[in-house]
Design a protein around this ligand. Structure first.
Ligand code: ADP
Length: 341
């Protein structure tokens, strides 16, 4: 008798079993949902890189050649972060935002990094395109997160590279009904820039090479009210940049850097860095131990015109045509007054 009837405990267990399974399932689903939410939260976090005490920016002003006016403007910004009381005492307000404007490769990012190195404060660096994601609202959330972090760590600098990626003029009607994400991100940026005042010690710097496409709301006073032009270098600037970039290159004593600078009008800093490196590579190819003038000449040609195509065949007739054409250029410039001989 005892063996056939199950014990009362077992009975209770079996009647509760479906309930237990349900409770477990609910718990499981709940935990999963929580996990998912965490992922969404991470999505909205800013991807800005932070440089601070642990990973200091090593770039300083002497690493940036030329741009004297730009540096002077920016030194003031550094000074404000270091001694805010000096300005507050007299009642002056330091600009909240500084916009670096100039063609690509002229050293805007480099300048911003130099500020971070000089100011000795946390530096958040982010490219505007990193705010954007497929989903509407993420960009705005990232902007909010970035500013929240920055205010916590103030005094500090936020640097937004390629601002035009989010800062384009907002359209009244968008043809595809799109661009919502970009506009929301931009709106959030405008809101954040208004939301804190200069006493919090957060300075926003941004770089763009297309200032004319920016939304006027970004440029009005109280936002990016200071614009700093970072232009193509002139001959002295180019010479200085060449000197900086050839610091670690063994140069021939006969080399005249001034001539190299004179031969590279229109080159920006990035091009010049490239010229120095190409010259060094060419010298190695020719088994030399130092880089001399001819290497620089060849390097300039390479940067201007691309690789020499030694194997490309041109027939005699084509060569004659090209030769006459080029002779035409040479004669015209030779006989035109005030041109480059
Ligand atoms: P931008 O942000 O204006 O497009 P970058 O700051 O990225 O240009 O410059 C690219 C590179 O060109 C720099 O890393 C640096 O090596 C070189 N460069 C540009 N301008 C200068 C300069 N004024 N002095 C020294 N190096 C420069």
């Amino acid at each position: 008798y005892n063996n056939t009837l199950p014990s009362p405990w077992l009975n209770i267990f079996f009647s509760l079993l479906p309930l237990l399974v349900f409770v477990f399932l609910f718990w499981f689903i709940f935990m999963r949902a929580q996990g998912g939410q965490n992922q969404v939260m991470q999505f909205g976090q800013s991807r800005a890189k932070r440089y601070g005490k642990e990973n200091k920016v090593a770039t300083l002003f002497p690493d940036v050649a030329g741009h004297e006016e730009a540096k002077r403007e920016l030194i003031e910004v550094v000074d404000f972060l270091k001694h805010p009381q000096k300005y507050q005492q007299i009642g002056a307000e330091i600009p909240k935002g500084v916009l670096l404007v100039g063609p690509p490769g002229t050293g805007k990012t480099l300048l911003a990094r130099a500020i971070a190195g000089e100011a000795d404060c946390p530096f958040y660096s982010v490219s505007a395109s990193e705010f954007m994601e497929m989903f509407v609202g993420v960009g705005a959330a990232r902007v909010r997160d970035l500013f929240a972090q920055a205010v916590e760590k103030s005094p500090c600098i936020i640097f937004i590279d390629e601002l035009d990626a989010i800062g384009k003029v907002r359209s009244a009607v968008s043809p595809m009904g799109g661009h919502d994400e970009r506009e929301q991100t931009l709106n959030q940026l405008l809101v954040e820039m208004d939301g804190f005042d200069t006493r919090t010690g957060v300075i926003i710097m941004a770089a763009t090479n297309r200032p004319e496409t920016l939304d006027p709301a970004l440029l009005r006073a109280g936002r990016f009210d200071r614009q700093v032009l970072v232009d193509r270098p002139d001959i002295t600037g180019r010479e200085a940049i060449l000197k900086i970039h050839s610091r670690n290159v063994k140069l021939s004593p006969t080399l005249d850097i001034h001539i190299v600078a004179a031969r590279t009008p229109g080159f920006v800093g990035a091009d010049l860095a490239n010229v120095v490196n190409e010259a060094a590579l060419l010298a190695v190819r020719k088994n030399k131990t130092v880089v001399d003038q001819s290497d620089f000449e060849d390097a300039i040609d390479r940067v201007v015109a691309g690789l020499q195509k030694k194997t490309r065949l041109i027939n005699q007739k084509e060569k004659a045509i090209v030769a006459r054409h080029e002779m035409g250029h040479a004669l015209v410039t030779y006989f035109t007054p005030d041109t480059d001989p």
